[in-house]
Design a protein around this ligand. Structure first.
Ligand code: ZN
Length: 488
């Protein structure tokens, strides 16, 4: 409870961005630690297995069978970033000839280039008698996904052969409901919502919700998503996010994942309007709005000037995303804008991105981009005092305040798609409304006394503070929404 109260005080305080970063780190590290260790497979020779060990000390665990021959040993191998299967086997002291043969056999069912650090992999070998550092490889097991198991085994003729098995996974639909006290990442993470699902949720809502400013302690969230579980190891993989819910101070939002007969699958609001047609509110991941649209004192020129865009401050090299699907209309150095890209989204609307350090590889005039695709990186080319994105929304070629154009004409479901969607909505709503979350923690309404005897702060009292001007990392204070001082 103390830790929880402490974290709540920090994130409920002033630096939301840092809180999200901390939450993310906590969440991911927690996730890695929770993953159970893979279990070694039984020895393929039917002989008793030697105790499994990660340490490469064959001398102190010599096991022999009735004939005095060494027993097979199972060993779990760790795949590190940058590894190939050969480097992994080399570390495990497998002779390069055997390693080569095993990899060749494996290629019939699995591309060794697809090896990733999260892959479960182990080997069975026999220590060579009299040569404790030599190992005779009998079999290799690799599990590239929860449902796929591959075993490469040495045959009677001495050659290796790979076999692939598909596991039957149990499918469940998870419903999660909760309140935001620390951050969406932390609170939903505590309820076991996988990171992939949370990313999908945030992406789906990022058209309507400004994730840096919209939340207040006590706001509600909800999700319905699929998971697939291996009944033996109880390991799970997340499937699709089907439904996402947010209850903010002033509004309630529901999004539904739907695959129309025609068009792209994606999230739709309760009326069947696609969220993807809107423009991203923040075309930079993790950026801070540093200067709004309107009159301001120009940081370089020193006199008041109309600011015809929105500035997002972020470190140099931060990816900049296309605010919507479109075509690259202009790209290159452009006057005081520095490295500049303009995207045309439809006959009316374009967006422009300035001061980039560099453009995304492969991008050029005339190419199509998808919403959220990285088009370049934050920099400080052109007339600027610090790394930021200068972002403009243009209507018929004239800069307008992005606040006034919330979305482009939305793609709406019609006819048979719409009726199918309405059925889906009714089913998901019913499932969500009828779900009662298990009681796990003391509710935030109760007066909680921490171990030190200090009273915790009621999250509702933090709401007032949230609406106060927010100090920027450089110490300057700006009211949310109002034009803020330009970046230093
Ligand atoms: Zn600007």
């Amino acid at each position: 409870m103390t830790v929880r109260t402490y974290v709540r005080l920090i994130s409920g305080g002033l630096c939301l961005v840092a809180a999200v970063a901390i939450a993310l780190m906590d969440f991911f590290s927690g996730f890695e630690q929770r993953a159970p260790r893979p279990m070694p497979q039984e020895s393929s020779q039917g002989l008793p297995s030697a105790p499994h060990s990660d340490e490469t000390t064959p001398d102190d665990e010599v096991c022999t069978n009735e004939d005095g021959e060494p027993c097979p040993v199972d060993e779990t191998l760790q795949v590190m970033r940058g590894d190939t299967l050969s480097t992994v086997l080399e570390r495990a002291k497998i002779d390069s000839g055997q390693a080569h043969d095993v990899i060749e056999a494996l290629k019939s069912v699995f591309n060794p280039r697809d090896l990733r650090p999260d892959h479960e992999i182990y080997i069975t070998y026999i220590p060579v008698k009299g040569a404790p550092l030599e190992r005779d490889l009998i079999s290799l097991y690799i599990r590239p996904s929860l449902e796929t198991e591959i075993t490469v085994e040495r045959q009677e003729n001495g050659r290796y052969k790979a076999t692939q098995e598909t596991k039957e996974l149990t499918h469940t639909t998870e419903v999660v409901k909760g309140e935001i006290h620390d951050s969406l990442y932390l609170d939903a993470g505590k309820q076991g919502v996988p990171a992939k699902i949370l990313h999908e949720m945030i992406k789906a809502f990022s058209y309507d919700v400004d994730f840096q400013r919209s939340f207040h302690p006590g706001d509600g969230y909800g999700l319905i998503y699929d998971t697939y579980r291996d009944p033996e190891s109880l390991k799970e993989v997340p499937g699709e996010l089907a439904f996402a819910y947010l209850r903010l101070k002033d509004k309630e939002l529901r999004l539904y994942y739907f695959k129309p007969k025609k068009g792209n699958p994606g999230f739709y609001d309760i009326n069947g309007a696609s969220v993807r047609k809107g423009l991203l509110r923040t075309p930079v991941d993790g950026a801070r709005l540093s200067s709004g649209f309107g009159m301001r004192r120009h940081p370089v020129l020193g006199f008041s000037k109309m600011h015809k865009g929105v500035d997002f401050a972020a470190p140099k090299g931060t990816p900049i995303m296309a605010a919507g699907d479109g075509v690259v209309e202009k790209m290159g150095p452009f006057s005081t804008y520095g490295n500049y890209i303009r995207l045309r989204h439809n006959s009316e609307i374009s967006t422009a991105y300035a001061h980039m350090s560099r453009f995304a590889a492969g991008l050029r005039v005339g190419k199509s981009v998808r919403q959220g695709q990285v088009i370049g990186y934050i920099g400080m080319t052109g007339r600027t005092t610090g790394p930021h994105l200068h972002y403009e929304l243009l209507k018929h070629g004239k800069q307008v305040d992005p606040k006034h154009i919330k979305t482009m004409p939305a793609g709406k479901l019609m006819g048979a798609d719409l009726s199918a969607f309405k059925n889906l909505v009714a089913g998901l709503n019913q499932k969500f409304e009828s779900y009662v979350p298990p009681v796990t923690e003391i509710s935030a309404e109760d007066e909680v006394v921490s171990e030190e005897g200090e009273e915790s702060i009621d999250p509702r009292t933090l709401e007032a503070e949230q609406d106060m001007p927010t100090p920027a990392p450089d110490g300057s204070v700006s009211a949310p929404g109002a034009p803020a001082p330009a970046p230093a």
